[in-house]
Ligand binder design. Sequence first.
Ligand code: FMN
Length: 216
Amino acid sequence: MSLFRLDASIRVEGSHSRELADVVEQEWRSANPGADVVRRHVGTEPIPSTAWGAAASTRFIPADQHSPEQREAVALAAELTDELIHADALLFAVPLYNFGVSQHFKTWVDLVITDPRMAAGTDPVLKGKPAVLVVVRGGAYGAGTPREGWDHSTAWIRRIFEDVWALDLKIVEVEFTLADVNPAMAEFRDLARQLRAEAEQVAREHGRSLGGQQAA
Ligand SMILES: Cc1cc2nc3c(=O)[nH]c(=O)nc-3n(C[C@H](O)[C@H](O)[C@H](O)COP(=O)(O)O)c2cc1C
């Protein structure tokens, strides 16, 4: 058994998404002691932003006519895709930045999708593979809140993971992660602590589930 884990937070210390993913990983490890974990820290060790353009531009060009940059980008896309295919379970930890998808995470997704095995419309090579997505947001976006509808990240990630790649996806979500550090959000600190505790419980449950499942 092996786990692929991707972290998109731009920080290491105090990262809520990493801590919740740690909970998921720990539960997975309990069920799979000694098993391999392959990691990508795309927030702190980004995929080069030029790789996607170089790989995408090869679409109708025979491989023997690729430039060195294109060859490198295609090889990286294949390497990233292999990491997904070879893992038995997948874990992603992705914060909300600027009301949208983390640029580092999207660069990774876009590059992976250039691999012919991963493109939209192909028979999903990851179909049914168990996956957990940890999503963290500094503010709150629930129904009736002033920022309802402003999270333009989570629905896009779900579209890719569930509809394009056909993963068997479970989600851990937590909001108000900025309450502890933002004085303007001080009144929400108790609620933030409660939401975090609830998210940890969900992370434990999904981690156990991830650990017990075999890839389809
Ligand atoms: C540059 C930047 C932009 C952010 N933009 C948003 C945002 O649009 N909405 C939001 O709810 N939180 C936003 N946040 C807060 C993060 O989502 C929050 O701090 C989260 O916990 C970060 O993940 P981490 O704790 O794993 O590092 C932003 C944080 C940073 C650093």
